[in-house]
Design a protein around this ligand. Structure first.
Ligand code: PLP
Length: 418
């Protein structure tokens, strides 16, 4: 077996080659904040964008600025071709069986709301149960809570452990004969720890229970093949995957989408309209009422291309992830939270010597961007007995220098506050 130090040296060398290739692609890294070089450690909230994505978005507005699906003129045709091309690109990237299984949304939040509004009423009867986990983001709680109240359903919560990685049974033991739907995160945005999604979904499918996976963080840190995964629905946001804000994907198994009522109604989602009645287009158009975020979809496809081209480097960032986790675990006056080691690029922590908000504010003055707050997971914060935590999260551009700058900045903030 390779010794740890030897491994560290090897991955270090590989990592610096990777960073030389990747970091210049992210123009936002090339700036000072409060007179200090930016150390961006908030990629789980939103990732920085590579030049390829910025250029793809700009090129839509600069050259192919037509509305889609609606005209025969050249700009419209070009925009339509690029938009539908983006759908096909993303479908391939996530392993969907066909492009029509990819619905463009504003983001994961809209995807979940869409399923809660358009799918859940078609399968649920009063008294049925919707099962979530205690690790969910508010986006995967509130829409189900609202739908449950409207439809007379019970919301059940599978409490996941906070000291070890969850196993499938932690979720499945809460499935009852009344469970009609299960929605769970693939990877917690608070802990950076994943659930055994495929195993859970296999069991749910065997019992005929419908499911949605919140892939917002999973799609960033794991390679995703939605067909193999087996969920009925899978959602994510483009902006966490090096793509634009305001664009996301709802993947739905085609037969599920085809049986669903529209979410919003209006232009571009109909077959025929009269004042008496309207008929609706097949998926995905049925769920894309109005003019969509054309440039966003095209920018997101560019992010998929970029990540594919840098797939090897993407994998190598795991070495840095281990270095961060080891260094944070060893840092005096810093308590990492959740099941550890997690081996992803998300690290929540508290420092007993200072308030999280103060620490994040002082870190910003040192040019270091970290997250602070409840991370849209108030139920999980309550379980941890805190109102907020700090969180460091990495992207493919993160470098060993980010770790050293962060530790230096944190120690100096500690001296000031403690
Ligand atoms: N789910 C998870 C796990 C997330 O981390 C986030 C964003 O932080 C969301 C859902 C919501 O994503 P958006 O605000 O892009 O819709």
């Amino acid at each position: 077996m390779m010794q740890r130090a030897e491994l560290g040296k090897r991955t270090g060398a590989l990592h610096s080659r990777h960073l030389r290739d990747v970091r210049p692609d992210f123009p936002a890294l090339n700036q000072q904040v409060h007179g200090k070089p930016l150390t961006y450690l908030d990629s789980a909230a939103t990732s920085l964008k590579p030049r390829a994505v910025i250029d793809a978005v700009a090129s839509v507005y600069a050259a192919d600025c037509g509305n889609i699906h609606r005209a025969v003129h050249t700009l419209s045709e070009r925009a339509t071709e690029r938009y539908e091309g983006a759908r096909a690109r993303i479908a391939r990237g996530i392993g969907a069986a066909r492009p029509e299984e990819v619905v463009f949304t504003r983001g994961a939040t809209e995807g979940i709301n869409l399923v809660a509004a358009s799918f859940l009423p078609s399968i649920a009867k009063p008294g049925d149960e919707v099962l979530l986990t205690s690790w969910e983001h508010h986006a995967n709680i509130v829409p189900w809570q609202q739908a449950a109240a409207r439809l007379g359903l019970h919301l059940r919560v599978a409490r996941l452990p906070i000291d070890r990685a969850p196993v499938a049974e932690d979720v499945l033991s809460h499935v009852t004969d009344k469970t009609c739907f299960v929605a769970f995160t693939e990877l917690s945005n608070v802990f950076g720890v994943g659930l055994p999604a495929q195993e859970i979904l296999q069991a749910l499918n065997a019992r005929g229970v419908a499911s949605l996976v919140d892939g917002c963080q999973g799609v960033v840190h794991r390679s995703v093949d939605v067909s193999a995964l087996g969920a009925d629905f899978y959602v994510f946001s483009g902006h966490k995957l090096y793509g634009p804000t305001g664009i996301g994907v709802l993947y739905g198994r085609y037969e599920r989408l085809a049986a669903m009522a529209p979410y919003q109604t209006g232009g571009d989602m109909i077959e025929t309209v009269s004042f008496e009645a309207s008929t609706f287009a097949p998926p995905p158009s049925r769920f894309e009422a109005g003019t969509p975020h054309i440039a966003g979809a095209i920018g997101l496809a560019a992010a998929f291309d970029y990540l594919e081209a840098h797939a090897a480097e993407h994998t190598l960032s795991e070495a840095l992830t281990r270095d961060f986790e080891d260094a944070l675990a060893a840092e005096e006056g810093l308590a990492l939270l959740g099941p550890r080691p997690a081996h992803t690029g998300i690290f929540p922590f508290v420092c007993p010597w200072g308030h999280a908000l103060d620490i994040a504010t002082f870190l910003d003055l040192e040019g270091v961007a970290v997250r602070v707050g409840h991370h849209c997971a108030q139920p999980l914060m309550a379980e941890l007995g805190v109102t907020s935590t700090l969180r460091v999260s990495l992207g493919i551009y993160s470098a060993p220098s980010d770790l050293s700058r962060f530790l230096t900045a944190l120690r100096s903030v500690r001296q000031r506050l403690a």
